[in-house]
Ligand binder design. Structure first.
Ligand code: PEP
Ligand code: MG
Length: 926
């Protein structure tokens, strides 16, 4: 059949066109993902590796972009090339498109560079009309099959291409099932299917206002256009926004000869992963349905069988499939996600792509593949997404609480453990409502009979997903794993009523209504009524993760430190691999219950003596706090201490005092009540004091180093506490590295004066303890003026730590709390434009999460360069929240910081991100 295949027609069509828009599968390869999309490149590579792939061709992503550029017109030559390529496919299959006797049917599928599962459109069985269906009947001898293929085509084409309401078709289908007294579509008799086809065409015509296209070329033209258009449907756009996929890549269109999985019980269709995408275990994982077409598996309408059962159903096919799966994994050196169809005992491969996997599987597969000799350590480190590492450290259900819930009869049902993690939230039954509540901060578990791409916006904000139908590769499961959300799928023990907004528990009279709390465990598939508290993951047991991170440590240049205020956090940070504390905020030490009254006395003191008395009371507390932090940062074996940066008091003083408004209410109440003279006098005094300290804009007022300049006794007390704690520990043989950091410096003179104060204290303590304590003195750079004058500040400091939280606020002129609550998220999401569907995005990302390289980043870079010039020994780090964000970490690597400091849970993320930054920069420099 394959002899003398000629491409001459296609070559000629290409010659007549400005560009080659169409590639036969035999012309492409895996490296052409940009041009052919992932699916097109994948089938081309499989075709050329000699695997059984139904012949076809791919229309390029460039053609899709050209289609949009020209106001939704096919670019010149595209149609001619597609027709010529179709002629080649006719030769390859020995069938004719539109041929009455031996018809070629094709699928028309989307396929972008990055996989966007289920987000765009596909049409199957294209090429059927009233004439070719007869050919299909004659060829297969199976009238039922032929008319079933026909009705499926009309149904799909109408939904995707003609944009009609699919419910009308479902209703008619149900009517026929009822009439025939059968339960499934597959049981509808042939004679009824024929009538159904006629009715379907009428529905399509009624809804679309034009006759259903009988010309197969017109069908193809329209289907290609529909796939191009699906690149910009709402769910595809939402998905790209969420996954940070660029909107200008375009989709490829794959036109492929059909093979049929619904030609009896030696036919079937399925999807499988070369390893388990939930655990990373090395074994085929997937499912299939006998006598079914592809969409039946993906849609999750029938519950499929596990792939291992295929060994019994079709043993030869299973063996061949196993071999192909192994071959593809070795070829791509990565775990694959495969789609296949068996037509009358013949296996066909329809797709291979790098498999989506959850965090645990990503880490295990990367580490296993290094140990299997398939990939290098460098590749393993590059392959795992740092945010997946974060997910691995996500909370799980508290065992005891879960046990209690079980004993109390709160375990409602068990479904498939489709995506791990534990979540609780309000049960919500439609995606729009879930989106609305989720965005408002209410934890939500989205409960659906099954999900479809139309539910994605709700899934994006949900804490977890629960579906009653569908397997481990159903839409809900695949999307949830991609998002790192817990998901329980195919939970047959519940019956979801969309209309009533509730689910019933099978075999009991329990009902969960909208808004009731439920908890789901994606690792076990359990569904509970009520809330079950979650606990943190055990890092020590994450053997593979620890291995991967130790490899990452070998590649990174940046140090990774942690922001920790308590010994408990500091210890956890060290367990996670932190090499120092980059920010210990001291204000919390003032907030604790027994200390707050003393702090208030200190603030409200009328004389220096009163203030000093309060500070003298605070000193022992502070000293023991610092001892706690320092001790947790000393290696018990060597006595060597990690660096610990302690920041002196920063917040405006009103944060330590009662609120003015509340005091005013109290005073007024006491005044009207009468009596309570003593309390009233106290409250009045406090009200007056708080009133005198009120500021219009406290975040830009008396805070940071300004406090220590006006009340030097506070700085003196804190410095004394730090150095005395260090001196006491030094006597125990512990080698400490205290670093004292001054916040919110804007002018070098501020820093000079604070330094003078501190040095005086250090001298005093050295005299008292008979030996000097080593410490370093540095400042935060968190105001634009400090960044701009870094060259003047650097000679007075031994280190800079970039406080990019405040630096972002002050550079943008945004108050974070006000901005995020009022307009910032709209800036990122896009502002509505009257009369347009499109939104205008003001900012690409939230600059408080990802460092704004163009603005804030420029200030940081300038301060690094000028600071180092003025003081070559200057140590440079970052302690704003950006220190735990992978994109910002890359920037820190590029501008040559010494370390990043982030919250303890982000430390593993930062280790990996820092290694990836070093590796990708290494590549660019080569
Ligand atoms: C900063 O401003 O980046 C910082 C770390 O300080 P804080 O968040 O405590 O103001
Ligand atoms: Mg700050």
């Amino acid at each position: 059949m394959t002899q003398q295949i000629t491409h001459a027609g296609l070559d000629e069509a290409v010659k007549q066109s400005p560009r080659k828009w169409v590639y036969l599968f035999t012309e492409g390869n895996a490296k052409m993902r940009d041009l052919l999309g992932g699916k097109g490149a994948g089938v081309a590579e499989m075709t050329n590796a000699g695997l059984p792939v139904p012949p076809g061709f791919t229309i390029t992503t460039e053609a899709c972009n050209a289609y949009y550029d020209s106001g939704k017109q096919f670019p010149t030559g595209l149609w001619e090339q597609a027709l010529a390529a179709l002629k080649v496919v006719e030769q390859q299959t020995g069938k004719g498109f539109g041929d009455k006797k031996n018809p070629l049917l094709v699928s028309v599928r989307s396929g972008a560079k990055f996989s966007m599962p289920g987000m765009m459109d596909t049409v199957l069985n294209l090429g059927i009309n009233d004439e070719t269906v007869q050919g299909l009947v004659a060829l297969t001898g199976d009238e039922r099959f032929a008319y079933d293929a026909y009705r499926r085509f009309i149904q799909m084409f109408s939904k995707i291409v003609l944009d009609t309401d699919p419910r009308d078709f479902e209703e008619v289908l149900d009517k026929y099932k009822e009439k025939a007294g059968v339960k499934t579509d597959a049981e509808i008799p042939a004679a009824d299917l024929k009538k159904l086809v006629g009715e379907f065409k009428q529905i399509a015509e009624r809804q679309s206002g034009e006759p259903f296209p009988t010309d197969v070329y017109q069908q193809l033209h329209k289907a290609i256009e529909a796939v191009f258009s699906s690149w910009n449907n709402k769910r595809a756009i939402d998905y790209r926004n969420f996954n940070k996929i660029s909107h200008d890549l375009g989709t490829g269109v794959n036109v492929q000869s059909m093979v049929f999985g619904n030609m009896g019980n030696n036919s079937g269709t399925g999807v499988a992963f070369t390893r388990d995408p939930s655990t990373g275990e090395k074994q085929l994982y997937g499912e299939y349905l006998l006598n079914a077409q592809g969409e039946d598996v993906v849609a999750g309408i029938r519950t499929p069988s596990k792939i291992s059962r295929l060994a019994q159903d079709l043993p030869e096919v299973y063996q061949q499939f196993q071999q192909i799966a192994q071959r593809l994994e070795t070829h791509y050196r990565d775990m694959q996600d495969l789609e296949f169809t068996v037509e009358k005992g013949h296996l066909y491969m329809l797709q291979t792509r790098s498999a989506k996997r959850n965090a645990g599987a990503a880490v295990k597969v990367a580490v296993d593949m290094v140990e299997e000799g398939l990939i290098s350590k460098e590749e393993a480190v590059k392959r795992v997404d740092p945010t997946q590492v974060y997910q691995l450290l996500l909370p799980r259900f508290d065992d005891a609480e879960k046990e209690r819930a079980k004993k109390a009869g709160r375990l409602l049902a068990k479904g498939l453990n489709a995506s791990p993690g534990a979540a609780y939230g309000k049960a919500i039954f439609d995606a729009d409502k879930a989106e609305q509540l989720g965005k408002a901060g209410t934890p939500v578990v989205l409960v659906r009979p099954e999900t479809s791409p139309d539910d994605v916006h709700g899934m994006l904000v949900a804490k977890g997903i629960l579906t009653a139908r569908g397997g481990a590769t159903s839409h809900a499961a695949v999307v949830a794993r991609g998002l790192g959300l817990p998901c329980v799928a195919g939970c047959e023990g519940i019956r979801v009523s969309e209309a009533e907004h509730l689910f019933r528990v099978v075999g009991s009279d329990l009902v969960i209504k909208e808004g009731d709390d439920i908890s789901i465990d994606g690792a076990t598939g359990e569904v509970f009524a009520g809330i079950i508290k979650t606990v943190e993951a055990d890092f020590d047991k994450e053997v593979d993760l620890k291995k991967l991170l130790s490899w990452a440590d070998g590649f990174r240049k940046l140090g990774v430190w942690a922001n920790a205020d308590y010994p408990r956090d500091a210890k956890r940070a060290v367990t996670f691999g932190a090499e120092g504390i980059g920010l210990c905020r001291t204000e919390h030490m003032f907030m604790e219950q027994e200390r707050l009254p003393i702090v208030q006395k200190m603030i409200l003191a009328k004389t220096k003596e009163e203030r000093q008395a309060a500070l003298d009371q605070l000193l022992p507390f502070q000293r023991s706090d610092f001892k706690g932090i320092f001790s947790s940062m000393v290696d018990p074996k060597t006595g060597e201490g990690y660096p610990v940066v302690i920041r002196l008091i920063d917040p405006p003083l009103h944060e330590f005092l009662p609120s003015y408004e509340e005091l005013l209410v109290d005073v007024t109440r006491l005044e009207t009540q009468g009596g309570h003279e003593k309390e009233l006098a106290e409250k009045r005094e406090m009200l007056e004091a708080v009133g005198s300290m009120r500021e219009m804009n406290p975040m830009l007022g008396l805070r940071g180093c300004r406090l220590g300049l006006l009340f030097p006794e506070i700085n003196v007390m804190q410095t004394r506490a730090i150095l005395e704690a260090a001196a006491e520990l030094a006597k125990e043989g512990k080698k400490l590295q205290p670093k004292i950091m001054i916040p919110l410096v804007g002018h070098v003179n501020e820093l000079k004066e604070v330094r003078r104060q501190l040095e005086a204290v250090a001298k005093e303590i050295a005299g008292e303890s008979g030996g000097s304590i080593e410490y370093k003195f540095g400042t935060m750079i968190e105001l634009p003026r400090a960044a701009l004058t870094a060259g003047q500040i650097a000679p007075v400091a031994e280190f800079f730590s970039f406080g990019t939280n405040d630096l972002t606020q002050t550079t943008f002129g945004f108050s974070r709390d006000d901005a995020e609550g009022k307009f910032l998220l709209k800036y990122v999401d896009g502002l509505e434009v009257p009369g347009s569907k499109d939104k205008v995005k003001i900012l690409p990302v939230n600059p408080f999460q990802t460092l704004d390289r163009d603005g804030v980043g420029q200030l940081v870079q300038m301060a690094v360069e000028n600071g180092r010039k003025a003081n070559p020994k200057l140590e440079l780090g970052i302690c704003g929240e950006h220190g735990g964000d992978p994109d910002s970490i890359e920037f820190c690597h590029i501008i040559g910081l010494d370390y990043v400091s982030c919250s303890p849970f982000r430390v593993p993320v930062a280790r990996l991100a820092a290694a990836q930054a070093a590796l990708s920069r290494g590549e660019k420099d080569k």
